[in-house]
Design a protein around this ligand. Sequence first.
Ligand code: DOR
Ligand code: ZN
Length: 346
Amino acid sequence: MHQITLPRPDDWHLHLRDGAMLQAVLPETARHFARAIVMPNLVPPVVTLADAQAYHSRIMAALPRDMAFEPLMTLYLTEGTDPADVAAAHASGLVKAVKLYPAGATTNSHSGVRDLTKVMPVLEKMAEIGLPLCTHGEVTDPSVDIFDREAVFIDTVLDPLRRRLPGLRLVMEHITTEEGVAYAAEGGENLAATITTHHLIINRNHILAGGIKPHYYCLPVAKREKHRLALRKAATSGSPRYFLGTDSAPHVDALKEHACGCAGCFTATNTLSLLAHVFEEEGALDKLAGFTSLNGPAFYRLPVNTATIRLEKRAEPCIWPEKIVADAGPVTVFNPGFPVHWHVLP
Ligand code: DOR
Ligand code: ZN
């Protein structure tokens, strides 16, 4: 099979940032994707419906005229979030999910949630109206090893929450472990999980063996090989519980290649080619459309895109820019470390 046609894909977890960075990275996503769930971890965060409306306008203003793209907005859950504002955000049609960042878990998460009991009225309202909660699924307890934080989150936060509020629709964002795969598999219709492109490609050796590679560092951090293999199996299984959320997260090189480097891999530019490569390796090209284009809309109760996109396998490898040039500085494009031959056709 040398050509594949997919319904135009969506990215169910994306960081677009703001200002000059937004301007630089938005075309990289809009070139291939019809829609994306846009993360709200700006400084200050996107907390209210009014914040989301303003951010949506800035994204649309930054979109090149010849590109079509629909940002699906999210709200950043804080301990001060008003359930009535969340209900209004849902009713407006603009906001498609609320994001839970445990305070301190990742980039710009300090306004996040410390005590889940404080946000129960919001979560109850969301369960009532069917608005999904997207979770950054890691505990922040410094005594928990960073490689165990996802599994501990599932046991100590996620599972108790879902038992308390079984009607809450929930997406486990960017799962990185076999525990995450297994939990999502058994969760029924109200549970799904996104998987990033880079977690299908790298394990923790890629970050740490032979010298630290800051451009492979993200959160949740890539785990051991058995977890990468579990993610590959899940993504290519055809199960509707798993779909693409790239977590493409641009940071300028100066902040990635730093004594305290930022977390994030920038994969917007080459994600589709990389995924075709991975799915072909797994003998599952027939499952690619489900992962990129069908399962996400089904969970979010949105129509599948009617436009299509084609990929072609060619003898010559794809050539991507090594860096995207933003006003604040260069952003390194994720380098898988092997040649990729699946070209996205214009
Ligand atoms: O690697 C990451 N980068 N993980 C996150 O959770 C946040 C993101 C960012 O905003 O840079
Ligand atoms: Zn993210």
